[in-house]
Each structure stands twice: as C-alpha cells, then as structure tokens.
Design a protein around this ligand. Sequence first.
Ligand SMILES: [Mg+2]
Length: 333
Amino acid sequence: MNEFELIDRFFSRPLPAGGIVMRGVGDDCALLDCGGRVLAMTTDLLLEGRHFLPDADPASLGHKALAVNLSDLAAAGASPRAFQLALALPRADETWLEAFCHGLFALADEQGCVLAGGDTTRAPRLASETTQVDGPLTICITALGDLPGAAVRTRAGARVGDDLWVSGTLGDARAALACRRGEFAGVPLADATSFAARMDRPQPRVALGIALRGLATAAIDISDGLLGDLGHILKRSRVGAVVEWERLPRSGALRGLHVEQQRRFAMAGGDDYELLFTAPPAQRKAVEAAGFTSSTAVTRIGRIVEAADRLRVVDGGGVELPTPWHAFDHFAE
Ligand SMILES: [Mg+2]
C-alpha cells in the first residue's frame, strides 16, 4: 500500500453537504467556505531521520518547516495569514531553539504569516538493549491562508488543450541530496552550494500563486517530483499530458551534470517546491505577466491531452523518452 492508497482507503471520507468544508483530503489545501472568503488550510510534518538529518542546520529547518506549508498555500492561490506550530523536542537546547526561531520567523515576517498558537512536548527517550537515544525531533505546522471565493483552484481543473507550466528550476534539491549522500564526486563547490541552498531554503511561490488567480485552471506544488505530482493533477482532472523534456527549466549547476542525472533529478527529484500549473493557451501573455509581477520565472513545459494519451515525456523530435523512476513515496520500502 503506498502513501496515497493509504490515504484513500482510511482517510478519504465523504464531505457533509452544505458544510463548511468545500474541498477536503486529496488536494494541497483544504478549502473552507467562510461566506465570500475561502480559507485554505494545510499541515506538513517534518520528522528527523525521514525528512532531515539529525545534524540539520536549525535555522534552515525553521525556514523549511514553514516554507513547505506556504508552498501548499501558494498552489491554492491563498494569501498566508497565520500558522500553528507543534514541536516534539528531544531536549530544550536554547542555542538550537534560537536559530530555529530565527529561520522560522524571518520567513513568517516576510510573508505576513503570524504564529497563532501551537503545542510543545518533549520527545520520549527510546531505549534498546544497548543504547538510549532521544526520540526524533518532530516539527508540525498547520498554515492558514485565504482567497476570494471566485478564485478557488484545485488539482482538478486542468482541461484538454491547456498549457502546462512550471515555476523556477527543477532538480536542484535532489542534486543536493545526491551530493550529501556522496552519490557523485567532482561537482564544483559553487554548484554544490547552490544545490544545497535549494534543498535547505526552498522559496515558496506565494506571490506567483496569488498572481495566477483566475488564470491557472489547476495547480500543485512539486514536493515529490515533477512526474509524480503531475500525476495527481492528471488523475484528479481526468486528463493526460505531454511533457517536452528539453523545455524543463534547469539551473546552470544542474546542466553541469550528466544528462541522465539531469533527467532523473528534474523529473523525479523531490523537494523542489516549485508550482506546476495549467492554463489555457489564450492566457500565455497573462501567465508571463504574472511571472514578471511576482519576480518568478515561469516556463511552458508541455500540454494537457486526452486521458487515453496518458502522461508522456518526449524529446525535441517528439520521440517518447523512458521514465523508469518513481515519485517519492513514504511507505514504499
Ligand atoms: Mg503540496
């Protein structure tokens, strides 16, 4: 059972008719109808040993824990308003907490997102026969944003003929992970540093998400890899897509890697936190203007096709390329 089958089977429940919840499980944000305004709500959990290494920089962790939530709000086109923070700490380390808060609140203040509450607890000490270790550091944030009712967009609105767009560049965070794991040598230090910045300090595309209100027909933020997350839009919208590999935006550092690595990292690497969205071809100029006003690069990477044509990645000559990688799945072993 993969992560999404698990959610479908145990946690997808019918929404009560006429209730406040307009969209529930299965999108980037839950959407609550508050009479004219729509409230967007999202939760992300970061767990030591799963999402970050025990020696991770606390300021970067503070930034990233909020950034991944704001990225979900961006996909929904919501303006960030407030967040709640739940922490399970192995110990009360003042130096660690100061740095964590510095990273967290720098981003919160920049985005006008106010800490409105939360909970803290001490993580349990786990004992085996030979050792005792402090329980994993766990950081859980729930973020709230809002948007006009007329601007609601989800993963389900892509239409055949729409263009497929992506913000920023893809694959850098996965390249950072490869550097950290020692998967390849010989990467110039400057490139390794720029990869690491993308993994540790993702920039949520909030301004772009807002600028795309009324333009994008569907959107998702890329957390588990382009193809996997595109798959969610295709499934929910009941359409297919053609992605043109050569159009995928890649940083100069990524272009320094072997082409096979570029492909794998750009199409199946996680942690990009870029926006992937669809819009009608008649809106091309408007989408480019939204990118310009939000100071965010936007690139057209393909188009939406009939569901029967599924998801295909093609080269410049239109020849289909193999994509033997899987999106990141927390429950795959
Ligand atoms: Mg998301």
